[in-house]
Design a protein around this ligand. Structure first.
Ligand code: KG4
Ligand code: ZN
Length: 340
């Protein structure tokens, strides 16, 4: 089964064709990064306008690269939540029209579930596993019991990890997008140059929830105050110290979650899963006998392949969506587990 997956939830206009859930025949990602760069962040109106202009061509490129014709497509899948509403609607409307014209099944996909599934495309991991979703917004630490069964252990209570990376980078003019800029600068910096406070785990029932706003504020204000006096002041040192603290905060909760749940496998997904320090820290869990899986770099950030691959799982179980289905900017209400 060849599934066309369309993803337009934010600033990547992407279409991919994946065969039987695992063979990526094409994965075209037309990024809008350069066009949002002057504003140092994604401008929602600009994003949806660009998706409208690009979507037909991106889908055609996906067909061309896979050396297929539209009649070879067996189903059309599209992200319908969460994300920027205008951007989601462009992909959703296109996908509905495309599937109706081809008279093939249509299915909507949750972006968060797709990020959590992405590592499965190239290196299938047995269920259950600890899903570490580290994207621009709404990260979750969760127990993934099946492709459709997710139990949330912890969420970001204020800034998501990706937002914290982006805001710190923006403040210091490190580059855009911020996560990539910090990752690159950090390679030349001293991670122990600045010791930022990591918040303590206070309430027992919210032990896996994570707050990045304190770290972000410390990385911005604390350093601004001492900027002239510090001998360690350099963008490389700030990047390395911030990245070390941000990742270690997450790793601490991952360790706790593994202990409490008894899970033996870990899979990370989302843009920040491309971070080299996070990848190396998670790899270390292998020494303790855990199985660790990441998507390749191209499958960490937003892409159509993860949408098509997850869609295949639903389709083979006979699931379909109605054309009446709409888009939503909001995160799906996943089942939330309270730790004991
Ligand atoms: O998954 P994604 O493309 O979009 C959302 O679903 O939100 O993630 C985007 C986030 C941005 O915050 C970006 O700065 C971050 O992923 N990111 C990184 C790296 N590459 C992308 N953060 C840290 N290190 C990276 N190498
Ligand atoms: Zn994403």
């Amino acid at each position: 089964m060849k599934v066309l997956g369309i993803e337009t939830s934010c600033d990547e206009c992407s279409a991919a064709i994946v065969e039987d859930g695992h063979t990526i025949l094409s994965n075209v990602i037309a990024t809008q990064i350069e066009l949002h760069k002057p504003y140092e962040g994604v401008v929602p109106e600009l994003a949806s306008r660009l998706h409208t202009e690009w979507i037909s061509q991106v889908v055609q490129s996906a067909l061309d690269r896979a050396q297929l014709l539209s009649k070879d497509i067996d189903a059309v899948a599209v992200t319908n939540r969460p994300g920027l509403l205008g951007s989601l609607l462009v992909g959703l409307s296109f996908a509905k029209g495309y599937s109706a014209s081809l008279q093939v099944p249509f299915i909507t996909i949750d972006h968060i579930r797709a990020h959590l599934f992405a590592s499965q495309i190239e290196a299938p991991l047995a269920y259950p596993y600890l899903g570490v979703l580290v994207a621009g917004g709404h990260p979750v630490l969760c127990k993934v019991l099946d492709y459709d069964e997710i139990e949330v252990l912890g969420t970001a209570i204020d800034d998501a990890i990706g937002e914290a990376f982006d805001k710190v980078a923006k403040h210091y003019g490190m580059g855009y997008p911020g996560g990539v800029a910090i990752d690159n600068l950090a390679k030349k910096g001293n991670p122990l140059a600045f010791l930022f406070p990591g918040p303590t785990l206070k309430e027992k029932h919210r032990i896996y929830d994570i707050s990045y706003s304190g770290l972000k504020t410390a990385a911005i204000n604390q350093l601004d105050m001492f900027w002239d006096q510090s001998s360690e002041k350099s963008l490389e040192n700030i990047a390395a110290s911030f990245q070390r603290t941000a990742v270690n905060m997450l790793v601490k909760r991952i360790r706790l979650a593994l202990q409490e749940t008894g899970l033996k496998r870990i899979s990370a997904g989302g843009g920040v899963a491309a971070n080299s320090y996070l990848r190396s820290e998670l790899k270390k869990f292998e020494e303790g006998g855990y199985e660790v899986s990441f998507p390749s770099l191209k499958l960490c950030t937003d892409n159509g392949a993860m949408i098509a691959a997850l869609a295949y799982q639903y389709l083979k179980d006979g699931k379909r969506s109605e054309y009446s289905e709409s888009a939503s900017a909001r995160v799906t209400a996943f089942k939330k587990k309270q730790s004991t």
